[in-house]
Design a protein around this ligand. Structure first.
Ligand code: PBG
Length: 332
């Protein structure tokens, strides 16, 4: 579409900006509570929480307290919660068997949320890194992060989460073929209504640093994730990945990180027109919070402006640690 502009002074683009009423009428994009997915960190224990130092305002909570978060989400109108488990070094193994244990932290949290707030959509993370002794998303054999054996394990993990009652599975591992394998297994086991939000265009980013602290992966991780997560220089590859994941049975796709990759969000939405999400990741949250704490930025305002940027870029929703704060502002 070519923008049309009459010559000055017939066209004065400032006319439509002159009052709050005209600005409201002309506004193309808005953020609503419906757009938010709230990522929540779960840890072992009872009636407890601990702050995540590099993510001011974010805590890890025990399962019973996650149930309280679910009620809060319901009250605020936030449609979905995404669960991430914290595991210390002692709970990590080479075979990652805890990843598909029906009683692991994620599966306990899914059941706890469904007990108190069945209408909240529960999203999960599918990747081996919370349980892996070396912090990688896949099995490591002689220094290589192996694909196909990892996919078989991810399928077991996905089925355990579906059985626990998850509504949205979020494979974040970037192995090839995992969406198709998970979809086939879900269909075979009677979970045809479980949705998949694929972390499709997930970049090998340094903006994940605070998250790795939050889930206990920082000290575990050996090397980097460059052989499976995307190269930040690539854009066309994101479209190939989206086409591939949709063909394999993904219901929704995600771009991650968010703000530095808004161009990818826009290309994905324009090319495919499918439900598209962005993850405003831990490092993005941390930098905005740090500047706000220093008084360098107005925290509430940059939070809302940053979230609106995802809507403008074509996203249908945003995973963001700001979810409860943004919902409170939106609800007045
Ligand atoms: C791991 C996973 C990561 C995030 C979500 N799932 C980190 C990583 O790939 O190392 C990052 C989220 C964030 O930074 O907020 N599979």
């Amino acid at each position: 579409m070519k923008p049309t502009v009459a010559p000055f002074p017939a066209a004065r683009l400032r006319r439509m900006r002159q009052s709050p009423a005209l600005r409201a009428l002309a506004r193309q994009n808005t953020l609503t509570v419906d757009d938010l997915i709230w990522p929540v960190f779960v840890m072992d224990g009872k009636d407890d929480e601990t702050p995540v130092a590099s993510m001011p305002g974010v805590v890890r909570r025990t399962v019973d307290r996650v149930a309280k978060v679910a009620k809060e989400a319901q009250l605020l109108g936030i449609p979905a919660i995404c669960i991430f488990p914290y595991t210390g070094m002692a709970a990590r193994t080479e075979d990652c068997a805890m990843a598909w244990d029906p009683d692991n932290l994620t599966n306990q949290a899914i059941r706890a949320i469904k007990d108190v707030a069945p209408d909240i959509a529960v999203m999960t993370d599918i990747a081996l890194d919370p349980y892996n002794i070396n912090g990688h998303d896949g099995f490591v054999e002689n220094g290589e992060i192996v694909n196909d054996r990892t996919v078989a394990a991810l399928v077991k993990m996905a089925l355990a989460q579906a059985k626990a009652g998850a509504d949205i599975l979020g494979p974040s591992d970037m192995m090839d073929g995992r969406i198709g394998a998970i979809r086939t297994a879900l269909e075979a086991e009677g979970h045809q209504n479980v949705t998949i939000l694929s972390y499709t265009a997930k970049y090998a980013s340094s903006f994940y640093g605070p998250f790795r602290d939050a889930v206990g992966a920082s000290s575990a991780l050996t090397g980097d994730k460059n052989t499976y997560q995307m190269d930040p220089g690539n854009s066309d590859e994101a479209l190939r990945l989206v086409a591939r994941d949709l063909a394999e049975g993904a219901d929704m796709v995600m771009v991650k990180p968010g703000m530095p990759y808004l161009d990818i969000c826009r290309r994905v939405k324009d090319t495919f027109g499918v439900p598209t999400y962005a993850y405003q990741v831990s490092g993005e949250y941390a930098m905005l919070q740090a500047a706000a704490q220093n008084g360098w930025l107005d925290g509430d305002k940059v939070m809302m402006e940053s979230l609106l940027s995802f809507k403008r870029a074509g996203c249908d929703g945003i995973l963001t640690y700001f979810a409860p704060a943004a919902a409170k502002l939106l609800n007045g």
